[in-house]
Design a protein around this ligand. Sequence first.
Ligand code: GLY
Ligand code: MN
Ligand code: MN
Length: 437
Amino acid sequence: MNPEEWARRRRALAREMGSGSVAILPGAHEKIRNRDLHYRFRQDSDFLYLTGFPEPDAVMVLVPGRPEGQYLLFVRPRDRTQETWTGRRLGPEGAIREFGADQAFPIGDLGKVLPDILEGAERIYYTMGQNEGFDHTILGWINRLRERSRQGVVPPETFVSLDPLIHEMRLFKSAAEVAEMRKAARVSVAAHERVMASLAPGRYEYEVAADVLHSFARAGCEEAYTTIAGGGANACVLHYVENRDLLNAGTLLLLDAGCESEGYASDITRTYPVSGRFSPEQRALYDLVLAAQEAAIAACRPGRHWNEPHEATVRVITQGLIRLGLLKGPLRELIRDRAYETYYMHRAGHWLGLDVHDVGSYKVDGAWRELEPGMVLTVEPGIYIRPGLRGVPKGFQGIGIRIEDDVRITRSEPDVLTRGLVKTASAIETVMQNRGR
Ligand code: GLY
Ligand code: MN
Ligand code: MN
């Protein structure tokens, strides 16, 4: 990401805040995996969005109109011993040099520098409730300013949550962000193609997940979420991540796998026949999920509201389940009573961006918000028929199917970022039949 992009975002946020305000935004900390070892570090997405700064334990402070500079970073100090063990640090100098901070300080100086900045500010933009310790620290500083009010100190009295401002900005993707999401989509498509090339009975779910991870890592990307590789009835567990089982002939593999590139996610699901051909029941359900997904993508246009793609999936899936004899009754009543939820129990999608389940409100003033150019969402209907579900013919039992693509709203046609990956049942069968030829 070009540093000018981060600067542009900070300028936009500063404009929204206005003078007399201070924004305080902590980055993420490392998390213990076990004993004294950590999970791989992932920066907080809001912090990444505004700073690009990649290290843990940093805090951004934004003070619109401050004469000494409005953009301050507090970061881990350089430390030869620490750096020998755990890696290079940019330090305050690097934060200024490489990340454009107007001023930067060691994180340990936060308590010395920030209270002076808060003194005289009217409003503090800070999101409470995400880091209890830090909430207390900030309130402690404010209380100390209050105690000094008889000496003429004017403490800030207005607290505003920073989340809504940043999240509204993040909802609309810039050209640079879309380019990054296209790259993530491309790498994820290639990972799915690789799985299709070697999928066969006798392979294990974890081998599939390993191939996916290898494809991502080779492209310099990371998993945006833990891969779901569910064979047969495992596909009916929506967030199945054990990935331990054998893939059996005649079953389906539900593969929900997407990488992130520079923090920007892709999120793709396809459902592949392990032996290369769908059974008639699998095919009937697959075609139904696909029809629902296509109807939903067609509703991804400006002026349509957030829930319209979901409503389209509900209509198509309910109609189809009636046709297949899996639901009985009048269409309107089945939709009203949510009868489809026995088979389709999740929503059709979510915003997508720096977070897989990205930020941004879905309703405005109590009503579903309108889709607008620049928004990116997933479209991912599914049908899941767990084994033993009463009243369901054997051939339909233990089948789980989801089809998921990433869609950008444009001024006209929906832009399917993941369109490079085959999707119709026949196209998937053709790819799998022609392997090795
Ligand atoms: N892979 C997570 C989701 O589809 O929401
Ligand atoms: Mn998704
Ligand atoms: Mn997914």
